[in-house]
Write a protein that binds this ligand. Sequence first.
Ligand SMILES: [Zn+2]
Length: 150
Amino acid sequence: MPIPDSTRQIIRERAGFLCEYCHSSERLSASRFTIDHVIPASLGGSDDIDNLALACRRCNERRYNFVAGFDVETQQIVPVFNPRKQDWAEHFIWTAGGTVIKGVTPIGRATCDRFDLNDMRYPEGDSIRSTRQFWIQTGLHPPSLDPIET
Ligand SMILES: [Zn+2]
């Protein structure tokens, strides 16, 4: 069942118009962000607002229907970040001036890898890391409440 526009708007406002995974700003995107099922619909996740999150197209595509990822540091399979149950700032920090998201917990690291939050398969100039450098110049990135490595 399609998610009603009124519910979409509530989700966008709840998220502060940020992708709840990579913290991109919807205001810097050419298109509206998508609605992600935290527990994927294909695994029985509901359309209830407590199971929905705002996600940029990039994160939504990479998320696919994965609910877990691998943390190389602890060598464990752990759940991916759950924006309904967890606090972004406890699992991630911005490094390199706000161009790179670094996971600081097993969940954070596994999510960075699973969602490819830093586009590490591509050279810097052709990656989301480069795009974030432009966002920083707007003053809208990284989000003001996010932890930043100094
Ligand atoms: Zn995203």
